[in-house]
Write a protein that binds this ligand. Structure first.
Ligand code: BDR
Ligand code: CA
Length: 315
């Protein structure tokens, strides 16, 4: 059993990922920590509480940071995820489930101290909560089993960005936090656009899920209407990329992915703000402080057909 804390900004593909983690028998979804990003922190937390209630999730819901560490907030991505965060699906104003009183970063610190080397942190939104946890308690680098992140783009197959030519949304929303998380001496696996843009949920795939997977299949279909329309109108695709669920797929079945090792940094300012870069050539350069950074692993290839099959079977 893999115990995970899922840090998320729900978000359409976040819902797809949360329910994937919840449904898989080898994953124990301990907590959903929320973060601003696709929606505001209040909407993110409300949406997580709504899911907790709707699907009777055992996971605690914990509210996280409302803004990036340093850069000015970018603001919610209404065009991609809709006003509610769930596309055209309206979320009721009142939910009965309540959030844990702690802040997300304190919850993470407490959880990993209580169970050293048992918990995997999976982050599918901006990395502010993880950076705050590292700043408040640097010792957690030795207590977390693994950190799995959906974010970034490393130029493999020319994948470089989705919100600017050189930045992916989660990293662009808080580049300073991402640089702290990637530079820390804990084991990080980064599932970026290089792999998430290699897998596609087509209209037909989602339709089959709707027809075969009961109420959950219908819900995933309902939230995906708006997302698919965004992809059709703005990206020119008759499908959507499989971003956040790919991070969960890695947790369940790591060998779906080919990883490349080397230190990772983030550009925190200027026109390439939010760009992720990895040094993997082993060469010694004249001015090079990269060697002082922990080698992390970056996804460079994915068995997409197997991933889609795993998701379908699980849901
Ligand atoms: C990431 O940004 C968000 O829009 C998605 O939820 C995903 O986490 C993809 O770039
Ligand atoms: Ca997300």
């Amino acid at each position: 059993i893999k115990k995970i804390i899922l840090d998320t900004d729900p978000g359409i593909d976040d819902v797809m990922a949360i329910m994937f983690a919840e449904a898989h028998p080898e994953v124990e979804l301990r907590a959903i920590t929320t973060i601003f990003g696709n929606v505001t922190i209040d909407t993110a937390t409300h949406n997580a509480l709504y899911l907790k209630e709707k699907y009777q999730l055992k996971a605690d819901v914990v509210k996280g940071a409302d803004k990036p560490l340093v850069r000015p907030p970018v603001g919610p991505s209404v065009v991609v995820h809709g006003e509610s965060g769930f596309g055209d699906v309206e979320v009721p104003n009142e939910v009965e489930a309540v959030a844990d009183p702690r802040s997300a970063h304190q919850y993470i610190i407490d959880a990993v101290k209580a169970e050293p080397n048992e918990i995997t942190l999976v982050a599918i939104g901006p990395l502010t909560n993880l950076a705050l946890a590292l700043q408040a308690e640097p010792e957690i680098v030795n207590l977390v089993k693994e950190v799995v992140i959906m974010g970034g783009a490393f130029g493999v197959n020319d994948h470089r960005g989705n919100v600017t030519p050189y930045a992916e949304a989660n990293i662009h929303d808080d580049p300073h936090a991402a640089d702290i998380v990637f530079s820390a001496s804990w084991p990080v696996v980064i599932i970026g656009l290089d792999v998430t843009e290699q897998s596609f949920f087509t209209g037909d795939y989602l339709e089959q899920l709707r027809d075969d997977a009961g109420e959950l299949g219908q819900f995933i279909w309902d939230v995906s209407r708006f997302y698919l329309k965004f992809y059709r109108d703005k990206v020119g695709l008759d499908a959507c990329h499989v971003h956040d669920p790919s991070a969960i797929a890695y947790v369940i079945k790591p060998d779906l992915f080919t990883l490349r090792e080397g230190p990772v940094r983030v550009v925190t300012e200027g026109p390439a703000e939010g760009m992720t870069v990895q040094k993997f050539d082993g060469r010694k350069y004249l001015h090079d402080d990269w060697e002082n950074h922990t080698p992390q692993r970056v996804g460079v290839a994915v068995k997409d057909a197997e991933l889609l099959k795993l998701y379908r079977q699980c849901i």
